[in-house]
Design a protein around this ligand. Structure first.
Ligand SMILES: Nc1ncnc2c1ncn2[C@@H]1O[C@H](COP(=O)(O)OP(=O)(O)O)[C@@H](O)[C@H]1O
Ligand SMILES: [Mg+2]
Length: 493
């Protein structure tokens, strides 16, 4: 499915897709998003359908009430939100279907309270909040991905900043299966749109460096459906596990630490302990190397009610856990532990231990084991991840691991070696061996451990932990001037 859509995006990006995406998202009464998917009039529920309109209305109401709970609940900055009016419009029995067609697109009122800042042309920073006006002259629309409910596109704003747009996927499984069941396209749109609305409310209420930033939203007519919702968010890159397995331990650790910080935040959020019922890697994106959750429509705050421990079973494909039922009749820490075990099975077990610095392995193994057994909570897990960061960043992990090399290296300031590269794994550079080091001693140590290494070049670039990037080389017959680098060549030993 993903590949098919990627192919569509590539093939039609410049012409068809740009036109159709913009049409469907921004122009009422226009073409549907992809060929062969013209919605046509909504058929009446037929005899073969399971649910009636009453059932659909019940489901919409349940979602509506959930969104209301999240936009009101807790002491966070959620009260009196600008989406409230729209939320009412989408409410079952509300004016959404009956009232006259609204104007095409209404901008978010200036100064609406509680919205996060919009991105400036380069980096995110304080700026106007984004609404429909921001979407009028976007360019370079590109399909990024879709899941069960939503389709996500990348667009460039007139100022140059690239953002992600999320909308209900008109050809998605969620809308499709609802229409098959109830035969009511607009009603089904409303049902699906409440998921997007819920996500928008949660993105806003759960703001955190590891929660995708919401920049704004726009309601506008689209196809035969009035008031479709598009959310405007920070742009990320979909998480590709295969790719992550090929990156440095330092970058993989960053993802695990991001996740630990996110889970800690979710467990102590203003709404209560939030659990992600759908926790697969595709619900996250990477923004400048940081992991951020993007899909929040399957998040849940309520803990599971119980009368005994038997009601508190956490079920996973490979194993089950039984948690205690509290005196208050709730499964204790079930939301937090569900997140934690998912973090273990989808991320930690693959990303944390492999090719880690040997002295950190015992601590990393204990994190993997404890989360796999659910013997720690989120607080302890994060404390241990932060400890790993401290040991790594401070160079303390190097103690006892550097043997003290006998080899001598000559320093050639303001110079680099062109060519004479060799490949190593996992390198920050495909064609050469580019690794991060804490200090010169670690660079020497690495060079001594690589049979091909005869020299190395210290760059002025640093990684996210502040470590310096160093090119390792097979020789030094091509030393050339470069004021931003220092070359070290092996002269004896
Ligand atoms: N901000 C974003 N930047 C880049 N890609 C994104 C972004 N948000 C989502 N995606 C991609 O789009 C896909 C669908 O988005 P998601 O919110 O998970 O929709 P659904 O609820 O349908 O699963 C994700 O799996 C992810 O790959
Ligand atoms: Mg998803």
């Amino acid at each position: 499915m993903r590949r098919r859509r990627a192919a569509v995006a590539a093939g039609f990006c410049a012409s068809f897709l740009l036109g159709s995406v913009l049409n469907v998202l921004f122009a009422p009464g226009s073409e549907p998003p992809r060929p062969g998917q013209s919605p046509g009039p909504s058929p009446a529920p037929g005899p073969g359908r399971r649910g009636g309109r009453g059932e659909l209305a019940r489901q919409i109401r349940a979602r509506y009430e959930e969104v209301q709970r999240y936009s009101r609940g807790g002491p966070g900055p959620g009260a009196g939100r600008p989406e409230r009016r729209r939320l009412m419009d989408l409410a079952p029995g509300g004016p959404g279907l009956q009232r006259p067609r609204p104007p095409r697109a209404r901008p978010l009122p200036d100064g609406a309270p509680g919205w996060p800042p919009a991105p400036g042309p380069g980096s995110p920073g304080p700026g106007p909040r984004l609404g429909c006006a921001a979407l009028r002259n976007v360019s370079g629309a590109q399909y990024l991905g879709s899941g069960y409910t939503k389709a996500v596109y990348r667009v460039r704003l007139p100022g140059g900043a690239a953002v992600a747009l999320k909308a209900v996927d008109f050809s998605g499984h969620d809308l499709g299966s609802c229409v098959r069941e109830f035969g009511a396209r607009r009603g089904c749109y409303r049902l699906a749109a409440h998921k997007l609305l819920k996500e928008m409310v949660l993105l806003e209420r759960l703001r955190h460096p590891n929660v995708l930033q919401l920049y704004g939203y726009c309601y506008q007519d689209s196809e035969d459906i009035p008031d479709t919702l598009t959310t405007i968010t920070e742009l990320g890159a979909p998480v590709e596990m295969i790719q992550l397995l090929q990156t440095s331990w330092e970058d993989r650790f960053r993802i695990c630490l991001s996740l630990g910080r996110l889970l800690h935040h979710l467990a102590h959020s203003p709404l209560g302990s939030v659990t992600l019922l759908d926790f697969r890697p595709r619900q996250f994106v990477l923004v400048d190397g940081e992991l951020k959750v993007t899909d929040l429509d399957d998040a849940r705050v309520e803990e599971t009610p119980c009368t005994g421990n038997a009601d508190c079973t956490l079920e996973f494909p490979a194993r089950n856990f039984t948690l205690p039922c509290s005196a208050q009749g709730w499964c204790e820490a079930m939301n937090e532990k569900r997140n934690l075990y998912n973090a273990y099975r989808f991320f930690f077990t693959y990303l944390l231990p492999h090719s880690a610095p040997p002295s950190l392995r015992p601590l990393l193994d204990s994190i993997v084991n404890a989360t796999g057994e659910l013997s720690w909570g989120v607080d302890e897990t994060l404390a241990q991840l932060e400890k790993v960061l401290h040991l790594y960043r401070s160079g303390k992990y190097l103690q006892n691991s550097t043997a003290g090399s006998q080899a001598e290296y000559q320093r050639l300031p303001d110079s680099t070696i062109s060519q004479e590269d060799y490949r190593c794994w996992p390198s920050y550079h495909h064609g050469g061996c580019l690794l991060s080091v804490f200090n010169l001693a670690e660079a020497v140590d690495i060079c001594e451990n690589h049979a091909q290494c005869q020299a190395f070049v210290v760059t002025n670039q640093t990684t996210w932990t502040g470590r310096q990037l160093v090119f390792f080389k097979t020789g030094w017959s091509h030393v050339v001037p470069d004021p931003s680098k220092t070359t070290y060549v092996r002269v004896s030993g």
